[in-house]
Design a protein around this ligand. Sequence first.
Ligand code: C2E
Ligand code: MG
Ligand code: MG
Ligand code: MG
Length: 284
Amino acid sequence: VKRAKKTGNTELYNHSTFDVVRTQFGIETALRRAIDNGDMRLSFQPICDLATGRIVSFESLARWAPDGREVSPSDFIPVAEECGLIVPLGRWAMDEAARTIAAWDKRAGGYCGANLAVNLSAIQLQRDQIASLVGRTLDSHGVAGSRMMLELTESAIVSDPDRIAETLHALKELGATIAMDDFGTGYSNLAVLQRLPIDVLKIDRSFVSGMLSDRDKVAIVRAVLSLAQALGMRTTAEGIETNELAQTLAALGCSYGQGFLYARPLEADAAFQLLSARNAASTA
Ligand code: C2E
Ligand code: MG
Ligand code: MG
Ligand code: MG
């Protein structure tokens, strides 16, 4: 995006404003079409028990590749949130995740060995009847609520904590688990956090990835781990790329890990095969 130069030239300024609008509108139009046409995909990244190495769940992540070129969710999710498309996109992701876990169980001839996490945007929590949507979606695929984890960000809980508390309790009643995503990057207040039925804190990659060479980051990670323990929550470290990091986090008492060390986000079929191979090997 071109920045307007302070030349006093209004034409230049208007031109760059137009570019911003046009790009945003372009993404919006193409994204709407992709959702309608079923061109979105989910990819699945394993989350492992740091003590045993077993895969316990997968995070489902939206993928979009218009004309074969992948656009990062960090680019299209904010646009989808701004224009409201996050609501249909989120419904699609929920349905696709439930369909996938049902298919994996069928392939495994029973419990496939892992649960799935789905990301929820703050907008979805405000506008959509999330608990009833999740309930209906699980029912329609014959999936138990306990197989679904919902990841929300701190921005979801700052606006209206009372309403969010109610929504989260309704989700818990379905058997679902709740994770606070990217923990440490937002502005959630600890009193609110303690009042919400949160099962897992996901420690943001920005604290995890450099912690071996940064004493401040280690201190933050330790603090989050002891906070979680005090509040009876489990923890997932995001962005684990090395064995050393995994071992350090395990020693510090972090429950789960996610990152390129274990696997990048995978297509459903590859994720299922990794699950079967990895967990079969670790029981042997
Ligand atoms: P997130 O929920 O925190 O997801 C984790 C992100 O970290 C993913 O990026 C994943 O590919 C990346 N990641 C995982 N391990 C590593 C690692 O070891 N190193 C590095 N450098 N990165 C790692 P991705 O798929 O690009 O998604 C970015 C964000 O977009 C997500 O962050 C989430 O906030 C949002 N997002 C993705 N799919 C959805 C969706 O279906 N719904 C909503 N509401 N948001 C989504
Ligand atoms: Mg997430
Ligand atoms: Mg995250
Ligand atoms: Mg993150």
